[in-house]
Design a protein around this ligand. Structure first.
Ligand code: PLP
Length: 421
């Protein structure tokens, strides 16, 4: 039986007080870290975390006060993160299958719900098979190394997500970086890459900083011409782009031309956590054998699997949810442009309000919060210098009134700080 063991001397110190490691190396490390932190603060790129004291949703309560904040900065595109049926499914999975597996998948970490969810994901995307990961970051970290060798080549959009960049760094294939959504440059790089055995074009389906959508039709045409495969990261598309929310490939009519999809369960699909790869069965079989973040990391917890599984059920029952956000996105974009703002991207619920100046973006975001609107400013190095912005994300569960209040606050704050005449 488990029994607590008394630690000698523990009673003398304050219970739970942190212990600073002693020694010259620890002191040197502390000095170095403190100076690095100071540099980040000095550069104005410090990221602070606001603490939320309620569920994720269109209206939040912040810790230490701040109730009734309208939230425009979550990836909760469909509002499923706090959907009652999604929460109930998580509770049921927790009760039936336990808190977690204490194991990786291939030892004793595969339950029937993991297999069911993989089958459901493949069916949702109309692909042969799917494999789950703890996150899409892991899915991106695992795929390139498992799939590509020094004989192969990967061609990557320069603005791809950090996890794609890191995944590509881990593989030994020949690397080509093409200019953002520039088809001439992609074609030039594809010509150069003809000498390699296999070519894989890798792109975000929708880019999270600009809300722009990859020209997948043209990418697929070039891939066909130069005998390449297409990989898309659909984190900001799965569940809501396209008539049935299948994603960018459905939106642009190329579902049968994209070979591999990686996406997340941590945004539109319930928002808990988790990621996946879906595509040809032999690829998924190979990932189960070779993909390191899959092989050497714990199985997804049942409650998380329950959330995603229910979110997919809801999306496959009817396309009404997937459709529900488009009109709200349109309302926000058109009202903001009429007010005089420049909104980057097109028809995507990521609506970057372009401001240019980093300080202006940060001061305006702060002032928006004072008026009950939670938005975040982004500046260099997250976005290029001189292209600071406030990113607004629309959710299906925002009301028209929420959106109008946001536009009104932007207009007042924009005038006050000189972003509008
Ligand atoms: N890919 C893109 C385009 C993303 O935006 C993100 C998350 O921010 C990820 C991958 C990582 O997804 P996850 O949160 O599931 O690790």
């Amino acid at each position: 039986m488990w029994r607590a063991v008394a630690v000698p001397g523990a009673a003398r110190g304050r219970a739970g007080a942190p212990r600073a490691a002693s020694g010259a190396a620890a002191a040197q490390l502390r000095r170095r870290l403190e100076s690095e932190l100071e540099e980040i603060r000095g550069a104005g790129t410090w990221k602070s975390e606001r603490v939320i004291a309620s569920r994720q949703g269109p209206h939040l309560r912040l810790a230490g006060g701040g109730a009734g904040i309208i939230n425009f900065c979550a990836n909760n595109y469909l509002g499923l993160s706090s959907h009652p049926e999604v929460i109930r499914a998580a509770v049921e999975a927790l009760e039936k299958f336990g808190a977690g597996l204490s194991s990786v998948r291939f030892i004793c970490g595969t339950q029937s719900i993991h297999k069911d969810l993989e089958e459901k994901i493949a069916r949702f995307h109309q692909r042969e098979d799917a494999i789950l990961y703890a996150s899409c970051f892991d899915a991106n970290a695992g795929i390139f190394e498992a799939l590509l060798t020094p004989e192969d080549a990967v061609l990557s959009d320069e603005l791809n997500h950090a996890s794609i960049i890191d995944g590509i760094r881990l593989c030994k294939a020949n690397k080509y970086r093409y200019k953002h959504m520039d088809m001439q440059d992609l074609e030039a790089k594809l010509k150069e890459a003809q000498k390699h055995r296999l070519r894989l074009v890798a792109t975000d389906g929708a880019f999270s900083m600009d809300g722009d959508i990859a020209p997948l039709r043209e990418i697929c045409q070039l891939a066909h011409k130069y005998d390449a495969l297409v990989f898309i990261d659909e984190c900001h598309a799965t569940g809501f782009l396209g008539p049935n929310g299948r994603g960018t490939d459905e939106l642009l009519g190329v579902m049968d031309k994209v070979t591999i999809i990686n996406s997340t369960l941590g945004k539109a699909l319930g928002g808990a956590a988790g990621g996946y790869t879906t595509g040809p069965k032999p690829l998924i079989d190979l990932l189960r054998q070779r993909s390191r973040p899959y092989l050497f990391s714990n199985s997804l917890p049942p409650a998380v699997v329950g959330c995603a599984s229910k979110a997919l059920d809801l999306l496959m029952e009817s396309n009404a949810i997937a459709q529900s956000m488009a009109a709200k996105t349109q309302r926000f974009r058109s009202k903001m442009m009429a007010a005089g703002f420049t909104i980057s991207g097109k028809d995507h619920p990521i609506c970057p309000v372009m401001l240019g100046d980093a300080r202006l973006a940060s001061v305006m975001a702060e002032d928006m919060l004072n008026r009950g609107i939670y938005v975040i400013g982004f500046s260099y190095p997250v976005v290029p210098k001189g292209k600071a912005r406030i990113r607004v994300q629309i959710s299906a569960v925002h009301s028209d009134e929420d959106i109008d209040r946001c536009v009104e606050a932007f207009t007042q704050v924009g005038r006050k700080h000189g972003a509008l005449p």
